[in-house]
Design a protein around this ligand. Structure first.
Ligand code: UTP
Length: 294
């Protein structure tokens, strides 16, 4: 029997401590990347992959995110009066983009707990989980490939990326077996933030997951793990260890920006702005000149 349509879940309730003090009164998912908050790129990615129903898990400072995806009658009528249709369209785009729903996490008890909070809204639909500070360049599609793999294997699918062994301790890491597709692996085990010597591979989990609804039942009884947080990786490990269910990994080789990290955030802005028609022609020569002074 075909499964119910996918819903998207975007956890955005973390504390964002790496970006303090900018994130003291604003979620890191609302930091602008050129001229859009990071989370808008993520919602657009879900919509581009055909998912219209989007649930955002919000924490403190919730109003920023809710307001961004709501209409703004005062601002809209001012732009309309001025005849500024281009900016009006941009303002309206974020409120017309998708069917946005919001749920509070309460306390930030970990990514696994944030995803578990989606249970009431997602129910028995499969879901795509997209981390709200993790941007995948729209020119390198990933989510649609993952949805296809979910349909093919009827099993959870995670996104994996090769990382430098020096950085492996910052990620969930997978042990894998090859399949007949060079970009798809079967995941045999997962470990959250291992030491370099204990890492089973250089394949790190990045912020995209396609999960069956059964994951809620596992998350419900997942004990706090690394860092005292309820880890999504631990729940996925249970799926991976069960031969009747299993987990597959899509190896992503495209452009990804972790906007929750300061250095990656700066790189994302420079790269995306340099490619834009409105900014690139001025930014690129300036950047070359600047680089020559370094
Ligand atoms: P991170 O570990 O990157 O977020 O979580 P963080 O804890 O906010 O970051 P730092 O290290 O303090 O700077 C990955 C994703 O999971 C969400 C975050 O918002 C981010 O999108 N998250 C994390 C939650 O929604 N709830 C949590 O309890 C933890």
């Amino acid at each position: 029997m075909p499964h119910k349509p996918f819903k998207a879940v975007i956890p955005a309730a973390g504390l964002g401590t790496r970006f303090l003090p900018a994130t003291k009164a604003m979620p890191k998912e609302m930091l602008p990347v050129v001229d859009k908050p990071a989370i808008q790129y993520v919602v657009e990615e879900a919509v581009d992959a055909g998912i219209q129903d989007v649930l955002i898990i919000i924490g403190r400072n919730k109003n920023n995110i809710a307001n961004h995806f709501d209409s703004m009658p005062e601002l809209e009528s001012t732009l309309e009066r001025k005849g500024d249709h281009e900016r009006l369209a941009k303002v309206q785009h974020s409120s017309d983009l998708a069917d946005i729903h919001l749920v509070r996490q309460g306390e930030p008890r970990g990514l696994g707990h944030a995803v578990w909070r989606a249970k009431g809204h997602v129910g028995d639909h499969p879901m795509a989980v997209l981390l709200g500070d993790d941007l995948i360049d729209e020119r390198d599609p990933l989510l649609s490939t993952m949805l296809d793999q979910y349909d093919k294997h009827e099993a959870a699918v995670i996104a994996l990326m090769e990382v430098d062994p020096e950085h492996i301790h910052m990620y969930g890491v997978a042990s894998v077996e090859a399949t007949d597709d060079p970009d798809v692996v079967r995941v045999t085990g997962l470990v959250e933030k291992p030491n370099r010597e204990d890492a089973p591979s250089n394949l790190a989990i990045i912020g995209r997951y396609v999960l069956p609804p059964e994951v809620f039942e596992i998350l419900e009884r997942t004990e706090p793990g690394k860092g005292g947080e309820i880890q999504l990786t631990d729940a996925l490990q249970e799926l991976a260890a069960d031969p009747a269910r299993g987990v597959y990994g899509v190896i992503f080789r495209g452009r990804r920006y972790d906007t929750g990290d300061k250095l990656d955030y700066i790189k994302a802005i420079v790269q995306l702005a340099a490619d834009r028609d409105d900014l690139g022609p001025d930014l690129r020569p300036w950047f070359k000149e600047f680089a020559a002074t370094l």
